[in-house]
Every structure is written in structure tokens, then in C-alpha cells.
Design a binder for this molecule. Structure first.
Ligand SMILES: Cc1cc2nc3c(=O)[nH]c(=O)nc-3n(C[C@H](O)[C@H](O)[C@H](O)COP(=O)(O)OP(=O)(O)OC[C@H]3O[C@@H](n4cnc5c(N)ncnc54)[C@H](O)[C@@H]3O)c2cc1C
Length: 453
């Protein structure tokens, strides 16, 4: 009897997973609830529908991590990337896509594949047996969401993301900032120095609050609710409640001594916490926000020590169903408690069309290899694919886990290269060269010749 792979959700991840597995010779069934059951963001019953912007972001595979992910997916004969290339629109260095023909072509390619069946209908519970990939995305249906929560524990499944901005460690001015946990708490020296602190004078604090209140904010999409949980109020909402609220909340200056100026008590302190095991990324604690991206960079660069900050991702609050992958998934993207079920796409805690399709590509190959009794070597950590999967299944801090875009902060540093802004071009080129070699080797180990990217 042939073993089928069932995929729930025919979005970016599910479509790519199906394509990859089917090309390895596995019979695939895609279960897509649309158009029978709608979401507030999708408009059609097509597979691979882009719900909002029509951009796959930068296509620069030498200097940009998402461009590198494009390269790796093209090399792996990725359906999403090759279809995006067919329907490319002029957009400078970005890859913009003509959305309707794109989704129609993805749907037609999957329909025409001899190993793929498409069934339209909602799957409302996690299945008990068989081989499954859950790729139901940020708008996972209510019934399935409830069943996932029951299987994983309610705390391990989020329905909103409240993202604080993440800063590259090497762009923080350590002549201004210092490392210290509040009241030097912690058993080890590492714990006592776990936070990075940026001090503010009264004038700086007042100017920061003014900028925050005046900044442009984004609205919630129709169908999203604007109810904030008290634990994750946007900072601008806290500031609206009173100018001193932040100084008594995430910016309180207590229990901290400025290592550069121990005699002067800061009026307020912005704290950043390590965001990955490599120590290359820090998130600004408690700074979830609905400010527009341009406004965020303007406002956050007012923080002393962050004047030159580069952001691995900016903050946001969205409707988004995602699981706590670092605790729930193994490095094969299987649910530890039910290993016949894999997760892929945005529900695993990656963010964006490209990253979601990338995780679909890996899950599809992993599931197919398992069904075929083959051993798939682990994706190389030095590739963009490998860096991303390593982050979500183990590298990220589980406690503060929030969805992540691909970025160079997830990569192991290349030794012997100049740090800071000056060395950036050479550093990024070194990352992308190393990644391409590692990814091509990985594909070759599976007997697939990398498709010229
Ligand atoms: C409002 C909104 C705006 C966004 N804007 C952008 C943007 O501009 N750029 C960007 O890169 N990313 C954006 N995203 C994120 C984007 O949706 C994802 O990155 C990407 O689509 C995720 O791919 P996916 O395959 O994981 O999920 P999706 O592409 O959403 O696919 C999941 C599929 O599963 C189906 N499904 C859900 N539940 C079930 C079920 N129980 N049974 C069967 N089928 C089911 C859905 O109908 C859907 O087709 C946005 C998300 C939202 C919600």
C-alpha cells in the first residue's frame, strides 16, 4: 500500500511542501478549506494566495538574507520561487509579483502533478495516524486552533503576536549601554549580566514620549480585534495612558547602575534581552508596538546607545496563530508528542511569504524522506534554510519566542572579518558564499543536482 502524505493548508508552505514531496515520488493530498471556509484576509480559493503585499522582498542573494533564501529555494527547484519569477513585476531590487496569475499558476501546477490530489474542506482536528503536515498559517481555522491548543498546552499556542523590535547586537553603542540584570539577579555571572541597558536623562525621556505620541500608527485589519491583553499593551498605548506610565513599566530605572557613570541615576532605562543563543540579536523588552515601520526606526534611534541601531525586525501586533516551536518541535519539524505530525510555515513561528514557503520546502522533503525510508541529512546551519530552522527548533529563546524573519543575525559569525558597519558588505558576502556552498552540498547529498539559481 502506498503511504500518503496529507498536508493541511494550501498556502505558501503547504503548496511548496506538496511540490517537494510529490517530486520525490510520494503521493500527496492537500486539504485546503477555502473557498468552502473563508478567512478574513484571503479573497479566492486559489492555492498560494498572497494575502497582503505582493512583495517577496529583496532579491539580492549576496547582501540580503531573504534574497539568499530565494537563491536556495530556486536551487532546490522550489515551486513558489519559480512561479514568482514567472510573474515578476518591476520593483527595483525587490521581487514583486503579479499576485493573481501567481496563485493561479501555483494552483495549476499542483493540480497537474500526477502525485498530488487536492481536497477542499476544513480539517478541524489533529489526526490520530498517518503522515501529516500542518501548514494552516497565521489564520488557522478556529476548530483546528482549539485542537492544537489542547494538544500542545494553551501557553504554547499564540493567537496574536506582540512583537518587540529586535536589534543586531553589533549595532549597539556599548560606550553608552551596559550589561546588567536588575538588582544583579541571577546565580551565574552570565545571568547577572543578561540585559543590555540604555540610560535616559529626563529631557531624553520627555522627548522620547513626545515622539512616541506623535508617531504614525498602523490600524488593525478588518476582522482582527484590537483588544490588547494587559501583558502586551503597545508602548504608545501605555504612553497615552500617562507620560510616566513607561517609566513605571518597562522603562523603570530601578536596580540598575550605569557602568559608564555610576554616580548619575538614569531617569529611565530601556532594557534589551538576548534573543538567540548566538548572542547576535537583542529584543527591546516590552516594546511591542503598532507604530509604522518608518516611525519605529525614527523613534527607537532616539534611545541613547541605539542611534545607529540596525533592526533584524521591527515590532508589531497582529492576528497570528503560531506554536512555541523551540519546545514543541524536534529538528525534523515533528511534534515531539505526536511525531506523525509535522508543522510548517508561519504557524511554526517564521514570518513572511518567503520564510513560510522555505519551511514548507524543508518539511515536504523531510516527510517524504521518512515515508520513503530514506535519511535526510540535517539542513546545514550555515545556509539560510538551516539558520532559520535551527532558530525555530532550538536556537531561539523559548520563553520570549516570537515570529522571526530570516536575517543575518541568525547565522553563525564568519571568523576573522571586520565587525560593525564598515565590514558589513564583506561580512554579508562571506555569509552568502558560505551558505550557497553548504546548501549546494546538501542538495547534492540527496542526489538532486542544484537547479541553477
Ligand atoms: C492580514 C495579514 C497580512 C499579511 N501580510 C503579509 C505581507 O504583506 N507579506 C508577507 O510576507 N507576509 C504577510 N503575512 C503573513 C503571510 O500570511 C504568511 O507569511 C504566509 O502566507 C504564510 O504562509 P503559510 O503557508 O504558513 O500560511 P497561508 O499562506 O495563510 O496558508 C494557510 C492555508 O491554510 C488554510 N487553512 C487554515 N486552516 C485550515 C484548516 N483547518 N483546514 C484546511 N485548511 C486550512 C488557509 O485557508 C490557507 O490557505 C500576512 C498575514 C496576515 C494575516
Amino acid at each position: 500500500m502506498t503511504k500518503k502524505l496529507h498536508i493541511i493548508g494550501g498556502g505558501m508552505a503547504g503548496s511548496e511542501a506538496a511540490w517537494q514531496a510529490a517530486n520525490m515520488g510520494v503521493h500527496v493530498v492537500i486539504h485546503e478549506m477555502r473557498p468552502k471556509v473563508e478567512t478574513f484576509a484571503h479573497r479566492t480559493g486559489n492555492l498560494g494566495e498572497m494575502v497582503c503585499s505582493n512583495s517577496f522582498r529583496s532579491d539580492d542573494d549576496e547582501q540580503n538574507a531573504v534574497g539568499l533564501l530565494h537563491w536556495e529555494m530556486r536551487a532546490a527547484n522550489g515551486l513558489i520561487m519559480h512561479t514568482a519569477d514567472q510573474h515578476r513585476l518591476p520593483a527595483g531590487g525587490a521581487l514583486a509579483v503579479d499576485r493573481d496569475p501567481f496563485a493561479e499558476t501555483v494552483t495549476a501546477a499542483l493540480r497537474a502533478h500526477p502525485n498530488i490530489e487536492i481536497e477542499h474542506g476544513e480539517i478541524a482536528a489533529l489526526p490520530d495516524d498517518g503522515h501529516w503536515i500542518v501548514a494552516t498559517g497565521p489564520l488557522t481555522s478556529e476548530g483546528l486552533g482549539a485542537d492544537i491548543a489542547a494538544a500542545t498546552g494553551r501557553d504554547a499556542l499564540a493567537f496574536f503576536d506582540a512583537i518587540a523590535p529586535i536589534v543586531y547586537a553589533d549595532s549597539i553603542d556599548m560606550n553608552v549601554a551596559w550589561m546588567q540584570s536588575r538588582y544583579d539577579k541571577g546565580e551565574t555571572e552570565d545571568e547577572q549580566r543578561a540585559y543590555l541597558n540604555c540610560p535616559m536623562t529626563r529631557d531624553q525621556y520627555e522627548a522620547f514620549i513626545d515622539a512616541l505620541l506623535a508617531s504614525e500608527k498602523t490600524e488593525f485589519h478588518e476582522g482582527e480585534t484590537a483588544q490588547y491583553f494587559d501583558g502586551c499593551l503597545p508602548i504608545e498605548v501605555m504612553a497615552e495612558r500617562g507620560r510616566e506610565t513607561l517609566r513605571h513599566g518597562p522603562m523603570k530605572p530601578v536596580g540598575l547602575t550605569n557602568a559608564h557613570d555610576p554616580e548619575t541615576k538614569p531617569y529611565a532605562v530601556v532594557q534589551l534581552r538576548r534573543d538567540n543563543a548566538l548572542g547576535t540579536l537583542f529584543n527591546i523588552v516590552g516594546f511591542q508596538t503598532k507604530m509604522k515601520y518608518g516611525a519605529q526606526t525614527d523613534v527607537f534611534r532616539r534611545i541613547p546607545g541605539l542611534e545607529e541601531a540596525r533592526f533584524a525586525r521591527l515590532g508589531g501586533i497582529h492576528r497570528n496563530t503560531f506554536i512555541n516551536s523551540p519546545t514543541l518541535l524536534d529538528n525534523q519539524m515533528r511534534l515531539r508528542s505526536r511525531p506523525h505530525i509535522r508543522f510548517a510555515g508561519q504557524i511554526t513561528g517564521v514570518e513572511g511569504y518567503v520564510e513560510s514557503a522555505a519551511m514548507g520546502l524543508l518539511a515536504g522533503r523531510m516527510a517524504a524522506a521518512e515515508i520513503l525510508g530514506q535519511t535526510l541529512p540535517p539542513p546545514p546551519q550555515d545556509s539560510a534554510m538551516g539558520a532559520l530552522i535551527h532558530h525555530i527548533t532550538g536556537g531561539a529563546e523559548a520563553k520570549s519566542f516570537q515570529p522571526m524573519n530570516v536575517n543575518f543575525g541568525l547565522f553563525r559569525p564568519v571568523e576573522g572579518l571586520k565587525g560593525g558597519r564598515r565590514g558589513r558588505k564583506d561580512r554579508y558576502k562571506a555569509y552568502t558564499d558560505r551558505a550557497k556552498a553548504a546548501w549546494s552540498d546538501w542538495l547534492a547529498q540527496q542526489g538532486s543536482v542544484p537547479v541553477s539559481a
